[in-house]
Design a protein around this ligand. Structure first.
Ligand SMILES: *Cc1c(COP(=O)(O)O)cnc(C)c1O
Length: 378
């Protein structure tokens, strides 16, 4: 470990992660992402909401998937695996490819042909994954991966791998440490439903009675510093899960055969963590809701233009839902709300450029033209 610096969530949260003590840690220093307060959204200010955005796009491959992948790949390597496989809408493949490269093992990724954001495909290619584009969607890929992993020596690193959720729960730990308590509401986009389940595991562990005095090494040293303690938490947030209308099995109550949405990361009709996620909603007294692609893209633009934060379309579903539920009073005035922004906006530049009607002028390369344009717009 490099002395004095953050070296990833496994070192930081080792005492609450199921890993062998002597294992080789496969890390790209993921986690420790910013929790940024919104300053400029009208609805939020009018209702005196403290709205925080957890910028998971700041992870090494640009999405929260890295939290789960560091633990899943570390575990796989410790078990002697030489190859991993996943079905992916894009970000899981990018993350699996990067961590497999770091570990020196093979990654096979199944992606839906034609429905993957360009940045994500570029990542899987650059990190040397073996990419199988299927003529089908994520759900088809997932079911194929389950079958093939039964008969070949490859380890599944989708979120049905329990170590993925263990890694992802650390986001809740970071939020509680940053705020000093749990928020009142936590909003997430829901696709395969692993992340909302993982967050609920994290919050529940922190609020468990036998966790009242957890101490652990700070993670910034070799264990020779003072130990820090995790905050004592007595409350848990209500979990709010938001889907795209064209891919909303939690709203329709049944598997969606042909999910459709511009938010490709949540274009999933048969969520693998259905029961976990439903339990998180029920136990926390939260709810699911769905929004149109247009609403989601409008929020993506709003965040980029008014807060300086560029997330991918799927991520914007969390804020779309939060703003709706704040405006309609389902989230009471004065509440503390956290929205997870699951992935970075640069993952999907095509959609951004297509939908954003930014003014793009072409002018002559002379001082007069530039001056005129500026004065016209001041
Ligand atoms: C994977 C992903 C999601 C969906 O998370 P689930 O755990 O599948 O519900 C949402 N947004 C982005 C950017 C993702 O990569």
């Amino acid at each position: 470990m490099d002395a004095g610096s953050y070296t990833g969530l496994i070192e930081r949260y080792r005492s609450v992660l199921p890993l062998p003590e002597d294992c080789r840690v496969i890390s790209l220093h993921e986690g420790n992402t910013p929790l940024v307060r919104c300053l400029n959204l009208d609805t939020v200010n009018r209702k005196e909401i403290k709205l925080y955005l957890k910028l998971e796009g700041m992870n090494p491959t640009g999405s929260f998937k890295d939290r789960g992948m560091t633990v899943a790949i570390t575990r796989a390597v410790s078990e002697g695996c030489h190859a991993v496989i996943c079905a992916s809408t894009g970000n899981t493949s990018a993350s699996a490819a990067a961590y497999a490269a770091r570990a020196g093992i093979k990654a096979f990724v199944l992606i839906p042909e034609g429905n993957i954001a360009m940045g994500k495909l570029a990542q899987a290619m650059m990190h040397g994954a073996i990419i199988l584009q299927i003529r089908g969607n994520f759900d088809d890929g997932m079911s194929l991966v389950r079958k093939v992993a039964d008969e070949t020596p490859v380890k599944i690193v989708n979120s049905i791998n329990p170590y993925r959720l263990q890694g992802q729960k650390t986001a809740s730990y970071e939020i509680v440490e940053a705020l000093g308590s749990a928020p009142d509401f936590h909003c997430l986009p829901v696709g395969n439903a692993g992340n909302i389940s993982a967050h609920w595991v994290g919050y529940s562990e922190l609020a468990a009675e036998n966790n009242q005095n957890v101490t652990q090494a700070c993670g910034f040293c070799n264990g020779d510093c003072t130990f820090i303690s995790l905050p004592k938490v007595t409350s848990k947030p209500k979990m709010l899960g938001y889907q795209a209308s064209g891919a909303a099995p939690f709203i329709t109550g049944k598997v969606v055969e042909k999910p459709q949405t511009v938010a490709t990361a949540i274009r999933i009709g048969n969520p693998q963590s259905w029961d976990f996620a439903q339990a998180a909603i029920n136990e926390s007294n939260g709810w699911f809701r769905s929004f149109s692609d247009e609403q989601i893209l409008n929020t993506q633009k709003l965040l980029a233009a008014s807060e300086g934060i560029f997330c991918e379309p799927a991520s914007a579903a969390s804020v779309t839902g939060a703003l709706h539920d704040i405006e309609s009073g389902n989230v009471p005035d004065g509440s503390t709300v956290v929205c997870t922004l699951t992935g970075h906006g640069l993952k999907d530049p095509d959609i951004a450029i297509k939908q954003c009607h930014a003014r793009l002028e072409t002018i002559d390369a002379d001082l007069d033209s530039v001056r005129r344009s500026i004065l016209d717009d001041l």
